[in-house]
Write a protein that binds this ligand. Structure first.
Ligand SMILES: Nc1ncnc2c1ncn2[C@@H]1O[C@H](COP(=O)(O)OP(=O)(O)O)[C@@H](O)[C@H]1O
Ligand SMILES: [Mg+2]
Length: 261
């Protein structure tokens, strides 16, 4: 067990507006976190800071035991896996799925002139199989369905065997079948002891994959509650976070929240 992420009194202010306020949060390598909160709560900002893609206005952030601001983000590129829809938009439509995953070993997008060694090719094939993408390996990224694109971005994020995997709304916009398939895969990945620490953003309790251990609830840039799912995911905490009363139920490791009438 080791600490992979630590936020100490983190504030993020833009245009005089407080987007994150006094966030304190610690993630251990064995933990799998869900970040849950309404649109505009600050979830993506939290991930951008956790991946050293942005910096807090004040407070301390340690990523993989390195203090943010004291190192070049490039040094962490192979130790962090990050997948977000905004990144998928930057992938050239003609890029093959195999190259998309393979280039992650070098932390670049688009295939340049690197020579890939056999080990990288084998690792890419292993990761493609794990995320059920083998049949699409030679397909162009632009021809994949939403669900396949999401899995390809995750495969790319895990290619370099990161110590922390961060996913921003991986199941947003998927149809029911694609969503359930992705949740099953994320659940399996989360339950493997050899997997890295995971942090996944979602708006829906229905999208928490079984095997995730912790939840952070955030509203208006303020952490409402954070800790083990069994203690923190309560109807009371959801009401505070979403400004609405819910009936919350759990079955088979999955959750459902329905507005209380
Ligand atoms: N760089 C920025 N400059 C100004 N406003 C920002 C910036 N980044 C995020 N915001 C604002 O901060 C709020 C939180 O954004 P975000 O972290 O994307 O929320 P979420 O992912 O929870 O929907 C939003 O109102 C957004 O418009
Ligand atoms: Mg967001």
């Amino acid at each position: 067990m080791s600490n992979v992420l630590r936020f100490g009194n983190v504030n993020y202010v833009r245009n005089g507006r407080s987007i994150l306020s006094d966030v304190n949060w610690e993630v251990d390598s064995s933990e799998r976190w869900v970040i849950l909160g309404p649109n505009g709560a600050g979830k993506t900002t939290l991930l951008r800071i956790a991946t050293a893609n942005d910096y807090p206005s004040s407070g301390e952030v340690d990523v993989l035991e390195r203090r943010l601001g004291t190192f070049d983000i490039w040094e962490l590129r192979n130790r962090l896996g990050f997948a977000a829809t905004a990144m998928a938009r930057r992938i050239p439509a003609s890029e093959t799925v195999r190259n998309l995953v393979l280039t992650a070993a070098y932390g670049v997008e688009g295939r340049w002139n690197e020579e890939y060694d056999d080990m990288d090719v084998r690792q890419a094939d292993r990761v493609l199989a794990e995320w059920q993408l083998t049949e699409f390996a030679d397909h162009a990224f632009g021809t994949l369905s939403d669900g396949e694109q999401k899995r390809a971005m995750i495969a790319r994020a895990v290619m370099a065997d990161p110590e922390m995997l961060l996913l921003d709304e991986p199941s947003a916009s998927l149809d029911l079948g694609a969503r359930e398939r992705l949740l099953q895969m994320l659940s399996g990945f989360a339950q493997s002891p050899s997997s890295p620490a995971m942090i996944m953003v979602t708006h829906h309790v229905e999208e928490i994959p079984p095997g995730f251990t912790h939840v952070l609830l955030i509203k208006d840039g303020q952490v409402q509650a954070a800790g083990p799912i069994a203690e923190v995911l309560t109807a009371e905490n959801l009401a505070t976070t979403f400004d609405m009363q819910f009936d919350l139920s759990a079955s088979g490791g999955r959750y459902t929240a329905i507005a209380r009438s």
